[in-house]
Write a protein that binds this ligand. Structure first.
Ligand SMILES: Nc1ncnc2c1ncn2[C@@H]1O[C@H](COP(=O)(O)OP(=O)(O)OP(=O)(O)O)[C@@H](O)[C@H]1O
Ligand SMILES: [Mg+2]
Length: 503
């Protein structure tokens, strides 16, 4: 039984690596499927809990438990009374184990829930440290965090008290039962029904049988926590079955066709972008305009495949996006999100999307295509400049321009830019237009979501969104003449919704 546990841990590294990767993959992909109802980084902690329990003394304590009936049977062979005494002891201790199980289950579960809420709040506070400090919210958020922490400590303390108290009771009972077996043995010897040797053997075996239950109770809390973690992981992994790799397709090179497409945010039923119909050939660029919350970013997410269409289809060279693996899609489609975040690492690594090793020529080419090479070499350490969470070492405009270079790395076929100029000055705007024209010149397709006219200087088609629907699609001049109010100030694009039909 111990060798079984040992062989389990010996084969752990490969399977541990596999399950850790699967859990990471699920944490990243699950929010795209069920939205805000995912549990953040909790699955990683669950995996640690299961691993911690399996590599501790817990499993061997539980694996040894089936030996108890064997020890009890031998006690019965010694003498019925010795067997009965040991059996009564075992029943009492097993009852204690069941009580431990019932009384630790609930506090362990709510302790985990409070820990999850506490960690989510902590993550959000860390990400928004500047806003929290500037708005004087530190004290209030700290109190909220402290409340959750107090509940967590109280619940895990409750589970600990139950398990600890019942564990101590079981130890006392065990000693009492061991003494009882000795007493019964002595009584049998006095009445000539047994020999002194049997007393000793009975006492040793009885103690062995009862010690197994004792050990199991001592490890019960860990077992309950590991079992709950395991159940949560199983539920989570069932949401997202392991991916099967589709057959590799030829890189797309000709068209982007969106047919009658509609999309809902992950885990929601409301459709936030619908009736989208357009097609673009290689070398064309589309500007998507429309008021706030009209569904522009939702359309962009659908075009890059992070949100799956609820109806209709998005096709590159005739194939829907799910026919490519996410890695292949990442090579052919690039996306500059509205909220730019760079990852901890240096500028070159970020542009190369952490390709290992990064390809220096491709990094330089992407930086040049985005017109950001000069800006980067002027940074303190050039391409080696470290950027922390949210691109700490950079201004918002610098981060946005570097993120544009990241989107252009290795010449993707479809480039989707969501408000790429929201933080840019005039020079950045010009670099953006040059980048869009260069992407078109090499035969790729660009889609730019824009609030400001400067971002759509390099496009030749316009799609107008309003109230979650496509309102217009067509050549730029024609659409702009039709939908832009004559009194509109030149720095913003203001659309009169509801004019005309779909494209
Ligand atoms: N993750 C999400 N979960 C639920 N609803 C969402 C989510 N993202 C967007 N929405 C909703 O979808 C609608 C369209 O949002 P979207 O971000 O596409 O607008 P937008 O046109 O890009 O606006 P803006 O110009 O402000 O960026 C909004 O009503 C918004 O509340
Ligand atoms: Mg948006």
């Amino acid at each position: 039984m111990r060798s079984a546990a040992a062989s389990c841990s010996a084969s752990a590294p490969a399977s541990t690596r596999r399950s850790a990767l699967r859990v990471y993959d699920t944490i990243v992909r699950l929010p795209l499927k069920i939205g805000g109802k995912s549990e953040g980084a909790q699955p990683v902690r669950d995996l640690d809990t299961v691993r911690g329990f399996l590599s501790g003394a817990g499993p061997s304590a539980l694996f040894d438990l089936p030996w108890m009936p064997v020890y009890l049977a031998i006690c019965f062979l010694f003498h019925t009374y010795i067997g009965l005494t040991a059996l009564a002891g075992a029943i009492i201790l097993v009852t204690l184990t069941i009580v431990t199980e019932l009384r630790t289950r609930q506090p362990t579960r709510s302790a985990t829930q409070f820990a999850m809420a506490r960690n989510t709040l902590l993550d959000a506070s860390r990400r928004n440290a500047e806003a929290i400090t500037a708005m004087g919210m530190t004290g209030r958020i700290a109190r909220r965090w402290n409340d959750l922490n107090r509940h967590y400590v109280a619940e895990s303390g409750r589970a600990g008290d139950v398990a600890g108290g019942l564990g101590a009771a079981s130890k006392i009972l065990r000693l009492l039962l061991q003494s009882s077996i000795l007493a019964v043995g002595a009584w049998l010897v006095i009445h000539g029904e047994s020999t002194p040797g049997i007393i000793i053997a009975g006492s040793i075996l009885g103690a062995r049988a009862l010690a197994l239950v004792d050990l199991a109770i001592a490890n019960w809390r860990g077992f309950v926590a590991a079992r709950q973690s395991w159940q949560r992981l199983a539920r989570l992994l069932a949401h997202l079955p392991a991916r099967t790799e589709p057959m590799p397709l030829q890189p797309p090179a000709k068209t982007l066709v969106v047919h009658n497409a509609a999309v809902s945010p992950p885990g929601e039923h409301k459709v936030v972008c619908q009736d989208v119909n357009f097609s673009l050939a290689a070398g064309k660029a589309l500007g998507v305009i429309g008021p706030t919350a009209s569904g522009k970013s939702s359309l962009a997410r659908m075009l890059v495949g992070v949100w799956t269409p609820a109806r209709g289809s998005v096709r590159l060279d005739g194939a829907t996006l799910d026919q490519w693996t996410p890695e292949a899609l990442g090579r052919h489609i690039c996306y500059l999100p509205q909220d730019v975040e760079l990852f901890p690492g240096n500028v070159a690594q970020n542009i190369a999307r952490f390709e290992d090793p990064p390809h220096p020529e491709a990094v330089l080419a992407a930086a040049q295509a985005a017109g950001v090479h000069e800006l980067i070499v002027n940074l303190p350490d050039g391409y080696e400049t470290s950027v922390g969470d949210n691109g700490n070492a950079l201004s918002a405009g610098q981060a946005q321009r570097i993120a544009l270079a990241r989107a252009l790395y290795r010449d993707p076929f479809l480039v989707v830019l969501d408000e790429p100029n929201s933080n840019l000055d005039a020079e950045g705007d010009e670099a953006l237009t040059r980048a869009i024209l260069a992407v078109r010149a090499r035969g790729a397709i660009v889609v730019v979501v824009a609030h400001r006219p400067s971002a759509i200087a390099g496009v030749d088609y316009i799609l107008v969104m309003a109230k979650g629907r496509q309102q217009q699609f067509g050549p730029k001049e024609e659409i702009l003449n039709r939908v832009i109010q004559p009194s509109t100030p030149p720095r913003t694009l203001k659309v009169v919704p509801g004019e005309g039909g779909g494209g």
